[in-house]
Design a protein. Structure first.
Length: 277
């Protein structure tokens, strides 16, 4: 028994050390979550302050700035423009991203690596440079300041995210399933629709989510491509806080926070966040 005491002591120390590290990890994770959620909490709660300036914590509860948002035609017009951009950019980006990812993953052609780098280049090119370049191109095409021109800019910015997410799904799928389908007599088109697409669906959905989020929050490129009639919501917020800073901006942010949470819940209920991201 005496010879077992050191071993038991060492095991107890090891268990205590493991518990200490586990508690330290939990504490560090909690601090990270607090750090990330605190700004959102401040913005959300200060939106309900009746004062003419942001106040946290609010001393009274009021919907004054939410009413101000919905009664202001400029805010509603910006919301309409962002909604149209979302409806145009998201499906087009998802379709182009899926097609490009499939071609890059399945086809072997000269210049493949160059085209792949070109498609992903908006991730590394400074947004200001990209905005200026798109401004010159769209001006030459007569589309500068139009809704379609602005949507084209959003598609360029969001396309790399869709390509990357779909590419990851294509790289992780078992290509033997496609081979088995065609060996059983299925055509390539049938195999793509009934085998490949269901397997890469999480990547496609994730690409659509990234495209929607990128389009709805895009500021840098949009500043170069907007006109008085095509001001998107992020640009409207950016220019508004440059002139004034009443809590209507907080109310707008609170609405978008609620919409983002609802979107996450919808994704979790349909395909699951771990599959979409």
């Amino acid at each position: 028994m005496a010879t077992d005491l050191p071993a038991l002591h060492t095991a107890a120390q090891s268990t205590a050390s493991a518990k200490a590290w586990r508690l330290a990890g939990i504490g560090a994770g909690a601090l990270v979550y607090v750090f990330l959620s605190l700004p959102v909490l401040v913005i959300f709660l200060s939106a309900f302050s009746p004062e003419a300036y942001p106040q946290f914590p609010p001393q009274q509860f009021s919907l004054r700035w939410f009413y101000a948002f919905f009664e202001n035609p400029a805010w509603l017009r910006a919301l309409e423009v962002s909604a149209w951009l979302l409806l145009i950019a998201t499906p087009v980006t998802t379709l182009l991203g899926t097609t490009a990812a499939y071609a890059l993953a399945r086809l072997d052609f000269p210049g493949r690596s160059v085209i792949q780098a070109f498609v992903l280049s908006p991730l590394i090119i400074p947004q200001v440079v990209l905005g200026i370049a798109l401004l010159y191109v769209l001006t030459g095409a007569g589309m500068a300041g139009s809704l379609l021109g602005l949507a084209a800019g959003h598609i360029v910015v969001a396309l790399p995210y869709a390509v990357r997410t779909v590419s990851v799904s294509l790289a992780s799928m078992d290509r033997r399933l496609e081979t088995a389908s065609m060996n059983l007599g299925a055509t390539p088109a049938y195999t793509f629709r009934h085998v490949t697409l269901p397997l890469i669906k999480p990547g496609i959905v994730a690409g659509a989510v990234f495209a929607a989020v990128t389009s709805f929050g895009e500021v840098s490129v949009s500043l170069f491509l907007t006109a008085p009639g095509t001001v998107s919501m992020p640009v409207r917020i950016f220019t508004y806080i440059d002139q004034t800073f009443d809590p209507v901006v907080n109310a707008v942010s609170a609405i978008f926070i609620v919409l983002a949470v609802l979107a996450l819940v919808l994704i979790e209920r349909t395909i699951g966040l771990t599959k979409a991201m």
